[in-house]
Design a protein around this ligand. Structure first.
Ligand SMILES: Nc1ncnc2c1ncn2[C@@H]1O[C@H](COP(=O)(O)OP(=O)(O)OP(=O)(O)O)[C@@H](O)[C@H]1O
Ligand SMILES: [Mg+2]
Length: 394
């Protein structure tokens, strides 16, 4: 039975074009237009409003990848599926990072192709029905990941928590990097920061959900990312009031706003702490960090942050456990909400520019953060049985 699905075919090699033509014909999909790469593809997407865009990706892939990136920026509502004869992982990774929703390796049967298209459209439908939630509806939650010292694992936790929340809850998650001079969220997530917080500043007065969407980069997990400026001097124009406004619009548009913070206090950081529904104060278990954390906790008590809002997280960025959990609670006079284990997979994932929860989902760090996401979403059911409880232990 012929499908009413409207497909835009984008390819530039004659062989790739005729392969896709045959594939679409045998899958009984209607082609609304056949175009080449680059601006032509973006213009056609906007004109024809297809249900799905099929991009034939062959060596050299640079132009195809740039086209997928442009489609993501200028025509994000139309999902892209890449079909390629390149079966290596690196081609797949780069295509997904560029913004494709799926990557299919040739040869592919008509049935498998139809199934892949159906899956992508179903995911897209779920996403956009969440996107359509009215702006005046339930506001989302701001989770600010902070630390009294540098290098305690904030950015890693923020990136992984955002990804895990998107995966566990299928809700809309945005991750914002407030480290305007040294932000590394874009690197940890391998997103090409074409638009950053600095580009948003000139438009701040008329910022709303629609405009904000244009400045966000979509990560392969579905997390929307607002990266920090590429050059520290660009960050100088960003004021606390700008950050307050961005967070305000984000929380009206997304279910979870995860904020990564720099090691220093600034007006922007204060806004992110004040506006937060939950502050994760990350500390590593060494004496210097615990001293700073104690001062920070004291200050936040003066600000009347409740224990519901302010949660202490102990992260183990190194293998040595200098101070034990009970000692930490006694020294800080504050309960530990969560402990995140050391894992060598964290550095490996950072080198690949992928959150651990995607790069090594079975790993102890990934499982721990996935559980944290479930706790936050209220969907965590403690595992039963001794073996399960042992697995749960940090
Ligand atoms: N649980 C962990 N296991 C192993 N390594 C970790 C863990 N958490 C963080 N790391 C490593 O510790 C280093 C610091 O982590 P990260 O950059 O996330 O900290 P940060 O608090 O954001 O630092 P900065 O102050 O520079 O912004 C990184 O090399 C990271 O890979
Ligand atoms: Mg950081």
């Amino acid at each position: 039975m012929a499908s009413s699905l409207r497909v835009l075919l984008v390819a530039e090699h004659p062989e790739s074009t005729s392969y896709l033509r045959r594939l679409l014909k045998s899958a009984q999909y209607g082609v609304v237009a056949e175009v080449g790469m680059g601006a032509e593809a973006v213009v056609a997407a906007r004109e024809h409003r297809p249900d799905v865009i099929i991009v034939g990706l062959e060596e050299p892939t640079a132009r195809g990848l740039r086209t997928i990136e442009s489609l993501k920026l200028a025509a994000a509502e139309y999902p892209v599926i890449a079909v390629s004869s390149l079966g290596d992982r690196e081609a797949l990774r780069r295509t997904m990072v560029a913004g494709a929703r799926d990557y299919l390796v040739r040869p592919i049967s008509a049935d498998d192709f139809r199934q892949a298209v159906t899956n992508v459209l179903e995911t897209e439908r779920r996403r956009s029905s969440a996107e359509e939630r009215t702006v005046t509806g339930n506001p989302g939650e701001i989770i600010t990941v902070f630390g009294a010292k540098g290098g305690v694992g904030r950015s890693t936790l923020a990136a992984n928590l955002a990804t895990a929340l998107a995966q566990e809850t299928h809700q809309r998650v945005v991750l914002i990097d407030l480290d305007t001079s040294l932000g590394d969220v874009a690197l940890l997530m391998s997103v090409a920061p074409e638009r950053t917080m600095a580009d948003l500043v000139p438009h701040i007065d008329r910022l709303d959900s629609d405009l904000l969407r244009d400045f966000l980069t979509v990560h392969e997990s579905g997390v929307r990312v607002l990266p920090a400026p590429m050059r520290p001097e660009e960050g100088e124009a960003i004021e606390g009031a700008h950050i307050a406004k961005v967070l305000d619009v984000m929380v009206k548009t997304y279910d979870y706003v995860v904020v990564d913070t720099p090691r220093t206090f600034s007006e922007g950081v204060l806004s992110a702490l004040d506006q937060a529904h939950l502050v994760l104060l990350v500390a590593s278990p060494d004496i210097a960090c615990l001293k700073s954390t104690k001062l920070c906790l004291g200050m936040m008590r003066l600000w009347h942050y409740s224990q519901e809002k302010l949660k202490l997280v102990i992260n183990y960025p190194s293998n040595s456990r200098e101070v034990g959990g009970q000692e930490i609670e006694e020294a800080l006079d504050y309960p530990i909400f969560w402990k995140v284990p050391y894992s060598s997979a964290v550095a490996a994932a950072a080198r690949r520019g992928r959150p651990v929860v995607l790069n090594a989902p079975g790993n102890s760090y990934a499982r721990n953060v996935a559980r944290l996401a479930k706790v936050m979403a209220g969907t965590y059911r403690p595992a039963r049985g001794l073996f399960a409880r042992l697995l749960e232990r940090v």
